[in-house]
Ligand binder design. Structure first.
Ligand SMILES: *Cc1c(COP(=O)(O)O)cnc(C)c1O
Length: 405
């Protein structure tokens, strides 16, 4: 889709507005399946926490995707969107035994990531097929918030605890059908990923009834100009070869699972905001927009750089701006960034706004969450209306009159 389409959508639906390009989601999905086309049994489970709008779930379901979920509510949304329970995978962290049992009762594959719950679940339900999440202690990327495989991470069962794990499985006679790892976002180095995969293969040899190996995700997509991205084609070649060899060694054709979020939806998203005010100070020109970290928190939370286009004036002379929000707190989207000249009323477009943007939005400052539009076959489909005052009041219970006097 082109920036004139975005501009037209901003006019039609108002701002702030999230827009997702269905073609881009499809092409990313096809790119991934193509890279692994030599794996006999491949399964892609979309990590829906990246972008959980039901229309997006439906779109991915049409393409043949399964779902990766991290809460019972995500499972319920997936079922609501029409996914079969067998196509849903549940990888929680730190949730209660009760929630895991409830999800299992819905017919969804569960993945357990700590020894305590594994032992309790195994003792109560020895016949249930269970996947276990291993922490290979491999550092992917550089940001501690998004690297979940390293030594101090709360995720997964340490690979060093494998003897203990195996003993629990033997004692309870549980049915382990899968091994999982997810080393976190931003895999820059394929060799690091392959190294972690070796640890998974080694762990897998301890279990005789496996049906699948789940390699998680962490595929990096470009955010800035000249950003490196995970070379999916190269990873496909190398991991396929290694995976197929492992299956031969194991004596069974296993399913290879990936659970990408960012890779599938990040680049498909644009976030459109309107410039409310240009404010020149002694050192900086601020462009203040009709949004804030209540709608897009990644720059403030992770220091993420989202490229910003001025789609109202794409050919304008470039100047330096700090793009900031309207929240009563520091909410800087971009610092000292070169952007084509901005006037009040211009529409700016943030790139890479598909993953972890709307899904992390809040009502901070009592602002409404924005609308979402899916661009499909040259047309914008409203897939979530923007909120209204009723949404802010929903579930709030005012004190009874007599209590206020
Ligand atoms: C978040 C998450 C993913 C998706 O990660 P991306 O970096 O968005 O691809 C996959 N698996 C699990 C278990 C996750 O928590």
């Amino acid at each position: 889709m082109q920036s004139k389409d975005l501009l037209q959508l901003a006019e039609q639906f108002g701002s702030p507005l999230y827009v997702y390009d269905a073609d881009k989601i499809k092409s990313q999905y096809n790119r991934l399946t193509k890279a692994f086309s030599k794996v006999e049994k491949l399964r892609i489970n979309y990590a829906m926490k990246a972008l959980s709008n039901v229309a997006i779930l439906q779109l991915l379901k049409e393409m043949g995707s399964g779902l990766d979920t991290v809460s019972i509510q995500e499972v319920q949304l997936g079922l609501h969107a029409g996914y079969d329970p067998e196509k849903i995978f549940y990888t929680p962290n730190g949730v209660s035994l009760e929630e895991i049992e409830e999800v299992h009762a819905l017919g969804v594959q569960i993945n357990i990531d700590n020894l305590s719950i594994l032992e309790q679940f195994g003792a109560k339900h020895p016949n249930v097929p269970v996947c276990i999440r291993i922490n290979p202690h491999v550092m992917a990327g550089g940001n501690a918030n998004i690297s979940v495989g390293h030594i101090d991470s709360k995720f997964g069962i340490s690979v060093h605890q494998l003897p203990h794990l195996v003993r629990i499985v033997e004692n309870t006679k549980m049915n382990i059908v899968g091994i999982h790892m997810h080393t976190g976002s931003d895999i820059l180095d394929i060799e690091v990923f392959l190294y972690a995969a070796e640890i998974l293969f080694d762990a897998a040899k301890n279990f005789k009834n496996l049906e699948f190996l789940d390699f998680g995700s962490g595929f990096k997509v470009p955010y800035k100009k000249d950003d490196i991205e995970t070379d999916i084609e190269e990873l496909g070649k190398k991991l396929t070869k290694r995976f197929n060899a492992f299956c031969t060694e194991y004596g069974k054709e296993l399913t290879l699972i990936f659970e990408p979020g960012k890779f599938l939806v990040s680049e498909a998203g644009s976030f459109l905001v309107k410039v409310n005010v240009i404010k020149q100070t002694t050192s900086t020109v601020f462009a203040g927009v009709d949004s804030g970290f209540n709608h897009l928190i990644r720059p403030m939370l992770y220091g993420s750089q989202h490229h910003i286009d001025n789609i109202s004036n794409p050919k304008g002379k470039e100047r330096f701006y700090s793009v900031v929000g309207y929240i009563c707190e520091t909410d800087t989207f971009a610092n000292n960034r070169r952007i084509p000249e901005i006037k009040e009323g211009d529409i700016l477009s943030f790139r890479n706004a598909g993953a972890y943007c709307y899904s992390m939005a809040s009502n901070y400052n009592s602002r409404y969450k924005p609308a979402e539009v899916l661009w499909m076959n040259g047309q914008g489909h409203l897939i979530r209306a923007h909120e209204t005052f009723e949404d802010l009041l929903k579930n709030q219970i005012p004190l009874p009159v007599e209590a206020t006097v």
